[in-house]
Design a protein around this ligand. Structure first.
Ligand code: NAD
Length: 462
């Protein structure tokens, strides 16, 4: 193949970018002590990445997929050990899901418009260096999933992970850089700091080289990002209700809801957090929950003891988040066999164990007189997060009414909530669901900007 001037230019640019990387502050596969250094390194690696072909980027992503699968058990054990949350078996499944169903470069699509006045391309271009804030509930899952999507979009990333999950997050960041290097890409394609703090987060949010911030976490961080003056993608809290009406397959609804609720001990933000049941089937549903689905029904005194531990002084007790049902019951002096996987009771929607997003396998049941009252209760319980809601009904008109009323990013019908992430449902996988800012399930295309390239009066060959 003859070498033309453009090819020489490309090679020179690539070599220059690699020289700049050599001068960048050194960090161990993306890990720095200072946030400014992390951003500088990510900026330099982005100069290399933006000159790589889509095919080369896809090779990096394939490597991340392979390594994520190879390390799934390590990530799962590390995450549980470091945060004390979730369970190893489900976390292994989550990492396989991330590896298999997170979209890559195929999500980056070009739109072409052609007509009498020529040809226009609308392309998805990178933002540059994206600042990403990640939670302790799905630490490596979010880092890996964000990395794949952001790199596929041509961006490099600087993470400010939750301090309680820094070891697990750094393991994921190292893995992504190794995957990049092995595929001929740059080191520091994703970066972080050894000790993330609110201060390092503020440096990131104010930095001139960070044009976009993606925040995955509770209401505080999303509000902080949306007040930063930068473009923000806000993946915030939820409190997903599961409404069951009298037309549903009640036995299956009980099974689906408990499966979704107990997945990784209820850590996923999309997981069923409470049930709203129509009066005529509420007893039958409770029967299946307790007698077939491993739910332990707590009486009023036990509910109060749970409130005292789980919401000590009115604040969510972090030591209870992501714990299994047996451990939570153990904390209030109740010993149950290990086939007990969930805690249930009937209560008003205002009950603190129902109205609060607990992220524990505690599933209160709110009894309502009919479907219409159920929609009202579910709407109240979702607290306007517009995040996730679920329904078990065979009546399509009711499903439509519910979907319109709740107006959430995710709505699962007649299945466990995790069907929305690709487990037993048609979906991509993501652990950043942009509920507050409306992008919904994020993927590579979410992390790109639209660019219009217009050729006037030519190249339309019709
Ligand atoms: P968290 O809000 O405590 O922390 C999330 C991240 O934000 C962490 O990195 C934390 O250090 C940072 N942070 C918190 N307050 C901040 C502030 N004021 N300024 C800057 N950074 C700040 O949440 P968590 O306990 O790690 O995760 C659980 C929460 O996240 C739940 O509310 C859950 O619903 C939500 N979540 C949402 C999604 C989604 O896709 N929508 C995914 C996972 C978790």
């Amino acid at each position: 193949m003859p070498v033309n001037e453009n090819m020489v230019q490309d090679i020179v640019q690539e070599v220059l970018a690699k020289m700049q990387i050599a001068e960048a502050p050194t960090g161990k596969h993306g890990v720095f002590t200072d946030m400014n250094d992390a951003i500088a390194a990510a900026k330099k690696s982005q100069k290399i990445l933006r000159n790589m072909t889509m095919d080369q980027k896809e090779k990096i992503i394939s490597n991340i997929r392979r390594k994520t699968k190879e390390n799934a058990e390590i990530f799962a054990r590390m995450g549980v050990e470091e945060t004390g949350m979730g369970n190893v078996g489900d976390k292994i499944l989550k990492h396989h899901l991330v590896a298999e169903k997170t979209p890559g470069t195929e999500d980056i699509k070009t739109e072409a418009l052609s007509g009498d006045r020529g040809l226009t391309l609308v392309e998805m271009g990178p933002f540059g260096v994206i600042g990403a804030i990640t939670p302790c509930t799905n630490p490596s899952e979010t880092v890996l999933c964000n990395s794949m999507g952001m790199i596929a979009g041509g961006n490099t990333v600087v993470f400010n992970p939750h301090p309680a999950a820094i070891k697990t997050s750094i393991y994921a960041i190292n893995l992504v850089n190794e995957a990049s290097l092995e595929a001929g890409g740059p080191d520091n394609i994703v970066c972080t700091v050894e000790k993330p703090t609110l201060e390092s987060s503020n440096v990131m949010m104010k930095h001139k080289d960070i044009p976009l911030i993606a925040a995955t976490g509770g209401p505080g961080v999303v509000t902080a990002v949306l007040s930063s003056g930068k473009r923000g993608i806000g993946a915030g809290a939820g409190n997903p209700p599961a409404l069951v009406d009298e037309t549903a397959d009640i036995r299956k609804a009980a099974e689906d809801i408990v499966n979704g609720c107990t997945f990784d001990n209820n850590l996923p933000c999309i997981a069923e957090k409470e049930i709203v049941a129509v009066d005529s089937i509420a007893d039958e549903l409770m029967h299946y929950l307790v007698n077939e689905q491993g739910c332990y029904a707590v009486n009023e005194d036990e509910q109060q003891r749970l409130i005292d531990v789980v919401l000590a002084n009115g604040k969510l007790n972090r030591k209870c988040v992501g714990r299994d049902a047996k451990s939570l019951l153990g904390m209030i002096g109740i010993n149950v066999p290990s086939n007990i996987r969930c805690i249930t009771f009937e209560g008003a929607k205002e009950h603190p164990l129902i109205a609060t997003e607990l992220m524990m396998p505690i599933l209160g049941v709110v009894r309502v007189k009919d479907f219409e009252a159920g929609v009202e209760a579910a709407l109240w319980l979702e607290h306007g997060n517009r995040h996730s809601a679920h329904i078990h009904s065979k009546n399509v008109d009711r499903i439509t009414t519910y979907a319109k009323a709740l107006d959430t990013a995710i709505l699962v019908k007649n299945g466990p909530s995790y069907a929305a992430l690709g487990f037993g449902g048609e979906s991509i996988c993501t652990f950043t669901i942009a509920s507050r800012t409306g992008e919904g399930l994020t993927s590579a295309s979410t992390f790109t900007k639209r660019r219009r390239c217009v050729m006037s009066d030519s190249l339309c060959i019709r």
